[in-house]
Design a protein around this ligand. Structure first.
Ligand SMILES: Nc1nc2c(ncn2[C@@H]2O[C@H](COP(=O)(O)OP(=O)(O)O)[C@@H](O)[C@H]2O)c(=O)[nH]1
Ligand SMILES: [Mg+2]
Length: 309
């Protein structure tokens, strides 16, 4: 009976894969325990929804194609082979300055600066996106956030100072949620409490980014976090958009996620840096209100590429 059900679901995934505009199966780079059956099922369902939502008019189709071209051009350039491993369009100095584990206290910070929290499912690409935000190519020595193909790698809140002279703001990386995280149920519960407490009580929280994996769409937990973060200005970053295939898929995916979340959505790709300039521009706008509170106008001056848009 079980074998029959497995074969049926495999046939279903294969059928979706044949006509899908996103990655449905597990790639060779993805770990079996981190991209498990539940993730594959989410991918298949999301791929079907993307397929079933073509643009309504020719104008919409043209707009989708245009957005897609813009997105592809927006990468930060080919990785430089040099030891610093930055994108060709260089970033900003950044360093990990402290962390908070479950049951621990927040780290003492040298500067009172606005903070931007990134939350999202485990393996959604939060740490990679933070590195791209500061211009550090994946796996480079310059990368301040630790990324991994293991869902559940980030196990506490991590403060990353963006900018050095002057420091501009802190980006806070968080452990991911979701049952596929390679962690015990207890660890996952503790992470949820840690992040929720931070989100509810942190006075310097200026803005939040909910990272939604473009191959999986918006999950129930993403929605729950959008609720938890309702008191902070929030933007949704669509990650892994390089894995979407077909004409207009990125724009269509962004449109659907915008409908689902009623939030501003920015399409990004942490491995090429595409979309980070737009994300900075959004964050700059969101932080503007808080910079009044912290009375530090430098706090809203951000990544060079944000100025270049
Ligand atoms: N193709 C692709 N893979 C990505 C992207 N961002 C992250 N990844 C991969 O997804 C995995 C999880 O990334 P990570 O940043 O650690 O996710 P986190 O758990 O949300 O912090 C890693 O293997 C990354 O290389 C992206 O934009 N495109
Ligand atoms: Mg991480």
């Amino acid at each position: 009976m079980l074998a029959l059900r497995c074969a049926r679901s495999l046939r279903h995934v294969q059928a979706v894969r044949r006509r899908s505009s996103t990655t449905v199966s597990r790639s060779r780079r993805e770990r079996r325990d981190s991209v498990d059956a539940s993730v594959l099922a989410e991918r298949a369902a999301w791929a079907e929804r993307l397929e079933a939502s073509p643009p309504e008019t020719a104008e919409d189709a043209a707009r989708e194609l245009n957005d897609e071209k813009r997105f592809k051009k927006a990468g930060l350039g080919v990785r430089r082979a040099g030891k610093r491993g930055v994108f060709r369009r260089e970033g900003i100095e950044a360093a990990r300055v402290g962390s908070q584990r479950c049951g621990g206290a927040p780290p003492p910070l040298k500067h009172a600066l606005p903070e931007v929290l990134l939350v999202g499912a485990a393996n959604a690409g939060k740490s990679t996106l933070i590195n791209a935000l500061v211009g550090a190519a994946p796996a480079s020595k310059a990368a301040p956030a630790s990324a991994s193909d293991r869902a559940g790698w980030t196990s506490g809140l991590e403060w990353i100072r963006v900018g050095a002279k002057p420091p501009l703001l802190y980006v806070v990386d968080a452990p991911g949620y979701g049952a596929h995280a390679v962690a015990t149920a207890r660890e996952r519960r503790e992470w949820t409490t840690l992040c929720a407490d931070y989100a509810r009580t942190r006075a310097t929280l200026a803005a939040a980014v909910v990272v939604v994996d473009a191959t999986r769409g918006v999950s129930t937990e993403d929605r729950r976090w959008l609720d938890v973060l309702s008191s902070a200005p929030t933007v949704v970053a669509l990650s892994k958009c390089d894995l979407l295939k077909g004409p207009g898929a990125v724009a269509r995916c962004a449109r659907l996620v915008e409908d689902d979340t009623q939030c501003d959505v920015v399409a990004t790709c942490g491995t090429t840096g595409a979309g980070v300039a737009e994300l900075w521009a959004k964050l700059r706008a969101l932080c503007a209100a808080v910079s009044v509170r912290t009375s530090d106008p430098r706090a809203v001056a951000v990544h060079r590429s944000a100025v270049e848009v």
